[in-house]
Each structure stands twice: as C-alpha cells, then as structure tokens.
Design a protein around this ligand. Structure first.
Ligand code: T4K
Length: 400
C-alpha cells in the first residue's frame, strides 16, 4: 500500500515544536520597552494598587476605545463580576452558551441564574431573536459576547434591552481594537469587559479591564476591585482583590505601539489561511471584520464531514499528532458542561445551532513564527488528510 506522509502513519510530526492556538507573540521591541517600564516601577517602589503605570494604561485604553472610563483589573472574569455587582442585578441573565466558561461562572458567583441563548449560524454570536423569546419577568440583564474578533449584534440587543428595561453588557474578551462600522468596542451597552490573558491579542500576562461611559459605574468598580475600600479605614462594598499589578500594566503599555503591526501581521496570516483553505473541500473559514474592524486574532473554521471526508474530531486528533494543537473553542457549549447540566438536570435547554457548531468548529494557530511556511505545511496536511480520508478513518477506528 502507498505510504502516506502523515504522523499517524509515519510517527514523524510535521512540526518539531508544538503550534498553539494561544501562543503569545511578544515582539523584541515590546520586551525592551517592558524592561524600561519595570526599571521605573522598581525605582518608585510602587508595584501594585492603582499605581502610575495602571493609571497610564487605563487612560490609553479609554482613548483607544473612544470610551470615557476604563478600570483595569487582574483578569476579565473579575471585571465581569464587578460589573454584575455594580449594576446590582437579580434573577436571570441571558447570555450565549457558546462562550468561554468564565462568562457563565461569573454570573453564578453573583447568584444570578444564567439563561442560555442560541447563536446565529453565520456569526456564531448570540441570536437576538432567540434571546427575546427567553425574556421573562425574572430577567434582569443581557450579556452579548463579541467572539473571535467580530462584534455581536449590538443594535438589536440595545433595542431589546431598552424595550424590556434590562441592563446590557458585553464580553469583549476577544474584541480588543475591534469596531462595528466606525463605532469602537468599549462604549456599547452599560459596560464592556476585556481580557488581557497572555493568549489574547493584547496580553498583560494576566489582566483585564472594564469600560463604560457611566461615571457612577466606574467609581463603584474601582471600589469593588480593591476589597470595597472607600478610604483607608472604611469599606462600603462587598469587594474582592481584583487589582492589576504594575508589571501587567508595564506589559500593556509596552505592547500598545505594536497594535497596528500586530493587526497587519494577523490579517496577512488570516488571508494566507483563507487562500490555502479555499482549495481544501469541506473547510470553511469564518469571516473576520465583515461588519467593521477586526483584530484577526483567531482563525476559526467549520468542518463539513461529508465534504472533507473525516469528522472534526478525527481531524483534531490527526492534527495533534502533527503538533498542530488546534482547539475546539467552545465545545461542547457551556450548557452541556457537566457542572451546568447536573445543576439543572430537568432544565437542559436545546440549542440546535450551538450544538451543531460545537460539533464542527476548529480553531487554528495564528501567532506563527514562519506564517507562510507554516500555513503551507498545515494546508498540505489538510489536503493529504482529505485525499486519504478512508485510511485516516480506518486509523481512527483502530484507536482506543
Ligand atoms: N470571555 C471569553 C470569551 C474568554 O475567551 C475568556 C478567556 C474570558 C471571558 C475570561 O478571561 P480571563 O478571566 O481569562 O481574562 C484560555 C485562557 O485561559 C482564557 O483566558 C481564554 N478566554 C480562553 C479562550 O483560553 P485555555 O485553557 O484554553 O488556554 P491556556 O492558558 O491553556 O493556553 C492555551 C495554550 O497556549 C497552552 O496549552 C499553551 C499555550 N500558551 C499559553 C500561555 C498562557 C503558551 O504557549 N504560552 C503562554 O504563556 O484557556
């Protein structure tokens, strides 16, 4: 039988070093600037708790996203929790199941009941019509999630929230620097929150931020992220420790000048993947930035098993053997995670679009050291898997 150049048969992976979806890319210039910022922090002996670097970063981020207020936090999860608390919400919160689990957990930590909504098959983001059907007298807020560098349907959700007097917030963890038409992310709804985890477009080791045009909300969140302290000796809120350190702020400030070049590099990567994958049957790339500006940080595909020849899950396993560590974000959907299923066994919502997308989605690495060569190799692998689908499927059946 003819030899097939795939690691599942040859045991020689296409890549010596693993390619991760979330590998951070920190430019040498960024590293140098980071060290300079840190020298200043050590000289000042001011390392955390609303330090000068945090304040400078907040100003820069508010300006960049055309929003009045920005409060930096130690991650997006706590930024979201503080918004939910500061808005004083009760009852149910509508949100998509197709998101990172943190979006849902933060609600439960605030004693709010997450009500899962379905997504649109073209954008993979919350379907406002489905959300509208789930509104009851218990609903207090809607959380839209901007996914993969695209912005969700802000206008429809704003109108829905206005009509039912609901609070509206957005998870902008994936949307740094993105826009809807000319309107930048950051100022939509009552508040938005960003993630600066190292796997994100803009990373500060760990970090996050809340943005809003509401001065009162900003003021409360600043108390909440510092245990609720209003003065050195008085606590007025049930706060937590959600502060960003000066080291994280230094990383953020050092990265800011690279943003245009990062977007350029990632857009070129996106284009190269799109061109290459257009020649492989059964793989569709999710468009980025169709309705505005994208950061192109995620390369998201949907696998059509009938046309490609093997299922998404077989493809996933074959690519991992090649050291291409593709991810199934956000399989199986938060509503299907054991924690959320077992907490409400009789109230398991059926979300047909989410469930279909979760079976087909596959995200590819984008922060590549050698984009042209790596993408050519990945496309070559996919072509070989497609051409030899029958033998690949036989291999998969033989696996435990
Ligand atoms: N909302 C949404 C829509 C989100 O996607 C997220 C986070 C949040 C809210 C909450 O934001 P934060 O509270 O985290 O600020 C990751 C991240 O932990 C998470 O931040 C992110 N979303 C999610 C999509 O992905 P993992 O477990 O898949 O990633 P992790 O840390 O294992 O990294 C993936 C791979 O990347 C690693 O296996 C190795 C590689 N890697 C990772 C890091 C951190 C590196 O090569 N170098 C690194 O420094 O969850």
């Amino acid at each position: 039988m003819r030899d097939i150049n795939l690691a599942i048969f040859t045991r020689r992976p296409a890549f010596e070093k693993a390619l991760h979806v979330g590998a951070p890319y920190v430019e040498p210039e960024t590293q140098k600037r980071f060290h300079t910022y840190m020298d200043g922090a050590f000289e000042r002996a001011y390392l955390t708790n609303n330090g000068p670097l945090v304040q400078e970063l907040e100003k820069e981020l508010a300006h960049l996203h055309s929003v009045r207020y920005c409060a930096a936090t130690c991650n997006a999860t706590l930024a979201q929790l503080f918004i939910l608390s500061a808005l004083d919400l009760r009852g149910d919160v509508l949100l998509p199941s197709f998101t990172f689990i943190a979006t849902v957990h933060a609600c439960l930590w605030q004693n709010l009941r997450p009500v899962f909504c379905d997504i649109r098959p073209d954008t993979l983001m919350i379907d406002p019509a489905d959300a509208a059907r789930r509104i009851t007298s218990q609903t207090s807020a809607i959380i839209g999630v901007h996914l993969f560098g695209n912005i969700c349907e802000v206008e429809s959700l704003t109108e829905l929230a206005r009509r039912h007097r609901l609070k509206l917030m957005f998870d902008a963890a994936h949307a740094f620097g993105c826009s809807l038409g000319s309107a930048s992310v950051g100022g939509f709804g009552d508040a938005e929150f960003f993630s600066f985890h190292s796997t994100k477009f803009f990373g500060t080791f760990e970090g996050g931020a809340m943005t809003t045009n509401d001065a009162e909300l900003d003021r409360k969140i600043r108390y909440l992220r510092n245990f609720g302290f209003r003065t050195y000796d008085d606590v007025g809120f049930l706060g937590l420790n959600g502060k960003m350190s000066e080291a994280s702020a230094a990383m953020g400030l050092a990265s800011l000048p690279e943003i245009p070049r990062r977007i350029e590099r990632l857009e070129a990567t996106h284009r190269a993947y799109r061109d290459g994958l257009s020649r492989v049957p059964g793989i569709t790339v999710l468009p980025a930035g169709r309705e505005g500006r994208s950061n192109f940080h995620y390369l998201v595909t949907l696998i059509d098993e009938a046309r490609f020849g093997v299922s998404r899950d077989i493809l996933y396993r074959v690519l991992w053997q090649e050291n291409v560590l593709v991810r199934r974000y956000f399989y199986p959907g938060c509503h299907a995670m054991s924690f959320y299923r077992s907490s409400e066994p009789n109230d398991y919502p059926h979300l047909p679009v989410t469930e279909d997308i979760c079976k087909r989605i596959l995200c590819f690495p984008t922060n590549l050291n050698n984009p042209k060569g790596d993408i050519d190799s990945i496309v070559g692998l996919l072509q070989r898997i497609h051409d030899n689908a029958e033998r690949v499927a036989i291999w998969a059946e033989s696996q435990p």
